[in-house]
Design a protein around this ligand. Structure first.
Ligand code: NAD
Length: 266
């Protein structure tokens, strides 16, 4: 018997096999959930469809989270096919390249607002549509990164979007508690994915995370998937409004011995 037998999980944000959303979808399916995938645009279909088929997905639906009509269509299709929803995964982020690098003080208003809209406000848009389908309560989760709480070079607009996402998580949790819906954010350590490729110096960031985390290890999509499984299941039944880290402990480190770091980086 699986932890998620009989549950329906809708996962937004699978672009390819390296996506964190894919690690999550696999973990949820492994424990018995029926998975519905939603991907951003038509050209991703050829990558997403074979992945979905490999875990028995019946529904794979295109939707850009900035389109209310496309989101309505996704939730209508879930309702028609399954009549309910138990788990919602938001694994989505976007910022244009100029809004990630350069001086923070030069960040463009348009670039910042677009990043916040697609990466954070969309969680409200998805949650509002999910609530009526989560008739027996449910679990909503999103993906954040510690650039929301500590300054990380080249995350500019995304860092602010993640701070907004974490605040939205808290406010949604407070509001949706009356419907027995839990809302949490997973703060994942750095992982090589399509989106991460847009961050200048990401390779160095990975190396730094590895050598300075207490466990001297990087995090994988499957590590995040297992935390998502916990959050989707009844094991986390009294946990809501939290930001939970899966980063080999990297976020707790305030200072690293410079000489030891130099030796490890050699
Ligand atoms: P990814 O590129 O595989 O996933 C990002 C997804 O967002 C893609 O599927 C993309 O199509 C989707 N997306 C972008 N704009 C969209 C839109 N307008 N409508 C619908 N979907 C849209 O990269 P990933 O690293 O798996 O990112 C998933 C989540 O994990 C993001 O929220 C990211 O910020 C977060 N995260 C990533 C890392 C990392 O190091 N990779 C660390 C912590 C958190």
């Amino acid at each position: 018997m699986g932890l998620l037998d009989g549950k329906i999980a809708l996962v937004f944000g699978v672009a390819n096999k390296n996506s964190i959303g894919w690690g999550i979808a696999k973990a949820l399916q492994r424990e018995g959930a029926t998975i519905v995938l939603s991907y951003a645009m038509d050209r991703l279909e050829k990558r997403v469809r074979p992945l979905g088929e490999s875990i028995g997905c019946e529904l794979m639906l295109q939707a850009d989270v900035s389109s209310g009509d496309e989101l309505d269509a996704v939730f209508a299709a879930v309702e028609e096919q399954y009549g309910k929803l138990d788990v919602l995964v938001h694994s989505i982020a976007f910022a244009d390249r100029e809004s990630l690098g350069g001086r923070f003080v030069e960040l463009s208003r348009a670039g910042l607002l677009a990043a916040i809209d697609i990466s954070a406000v969309s969680l409200i848009e998805l949650s509002r549509r999910a609530e009526p389908l989560m008739k027996d309560g449910g679990s909503i989760m999103s993906l954040t990164y510690n650039a929301s709480r500590q300054v990380i070079p080249n995350y500019n607009a995304m860092a602010i979007a993640k701070a907004a996402l974490e605040a939205i998580t808290m406010y949604l949790a407070a509001d949706l508690g009356q419907s027995k819906i839990r809302v949490n954010a997973i703060s994942a350590g750095a992982i090589k994915t399509l989106s991460a490729g847009g961050i200048a110096g990401f390779r160095d960031l990975l190396k730094y995370a590895e050598v300075t985390s207490p466990m001297n290890e990087l995090v994988s999509q499957d590590d995040v998937g297992d935390l998502a499984l916990f959050l989707a299941s009844d094991l986390s039944r009294r946990i809501t409004g939290e930001v939970i880290y899966v980063d080999a402990g990297h976020n707790i480190m305030g200072y690293t011995d410079v000489e030891a770091l130099a030796r490890q980086l050699d």
